[in-house]
Design a protein around this ligand. Sequence first.
Ligand code: 5AD
Ligand code: SF4
Length: 445
Amino acid sequence: MGERDAAKRVFFHTLGCQMNDYDTGKMRALLAADGYASTDDPELADLIVVNTCSIREKAVEKMHSVLGEYRRAKRSRPLTLGVAGCVAQERGEQLMAKYPDIDLMFGPDGVPHVRELVREAVAGKRVLDIDLLDLENYPFVSEVDPAQSGVGAFVTIQKGCDNACTFCIVPQTRGVEVSRPWEQILEEVRTVVARGARDITLIGQNVNSYGLKLGGGVTFAQLLYKVAEVPGVTHIRYTTSHPRDMGDDVVQAYRDLPQLASHLHLPVQSGSNRVLRRMKRFYTRERYLEVVAALRAARPGMVFTTDVIVGFPGETDDDFEQTMNLLHEVGFIGTFSFKYSPRPGTPALKLEMRDPVSDAVAGARLTRYQDAQRALSLAWHRALEGSTVPVLVHGWSAHDPEVVMGRTSDFAAINFPGDASLFGRTLPVTITRGFTHSARGEASR
Ligand code: 5AD
Ligand code: SF4
């Protein structure tokens, strides 16, 4: 066969959150139907799609440097260059004007019709699609990422976000909240389980409000019970939760469902009520602690990770001390902590103009927070030393050959000598040494 019949190849460069990873997987699945094989080597690609993130300015800067690389590649060979995701949604028109060699630009709502968009671009048209889709009948993609084969799998349950946290750009980029019908969710869970998945993470911007508005058909708690009924599901996790919406029915599920992981990622953002009010988070520090206590009563030993922003406009030393103090009070085992980054079009920008926190102060706070978090994470992994815990094996460890990595229900990463026959199995492992981000052990016999 001639050169022209060779398979077309697509390379994805994905920045940002697990929602973007998931969207990339859906695009991979959809484009496969048009004959695109996915490649790990951008130099072999006929089509490159950069899936972008706009959550903080750093992510946008990263996009510009990544795009520079592919735009240079395009000068020496035929290549279709696309930009997808949150930056495309937020400033697609500007980017098209700035970079005339970009062929295709679309936001997260463009993912379901990526095939048409790519076809138009390959036919020579410059394509800009940043329309947000209608709420009714939002076309959740049912095709599953052909590259999905691991023990861990993400399944989307919702798109968009109806909150209005004053620092956050996501409501602008991912549009309004729509829940995915539960039957479709279960079908996807069954498909990934058939391919070997055991540790299922249900994802959405605000999963606790699943089903309350459009779509879904059941509540979030009811959905958890349904997922737990799928044979082969060992662990169920979900992200992201909003502390305000954590209902008693979800707490009850922790009593009833052993599959529900004993770890929850519950973003708090700040330990100060004054800052929480200015962020429009609609809960207090006290309410947050009540949710933590209720979950720990339902599931003894439950652990928490969180997101924290330091240097939000107007944050005083005293506000920050309250965040430090909450870190210790909850005993978070991990935090994604960030300096506040002003985002275009967000309400906090006005506060930022009146009441900014200097970069030096924010930086010092971030360092202090992260040092304290590291010490807590280390202490938690060390406390496991000598105990024997059930570990679900996910795959090879990142660094050592002949060492596998598995996760406990509370999400500790455990490395121990083993082989591929263990993937997907749960077995008791005795912990020999705890580190900051993982622990080491030996399979017990
Ligand atoms: N600046 C810094 N961090 C932010 N996040 C969201 N918006 C911003 C911003 N403007 C953080 C929040 C959120 C996580 C996904 O990113 O902590 O929970
Ligand atoms: Fe994900 Fe938010 Fe970044 Fe979009 S802006 S990729 S939703 S983290």
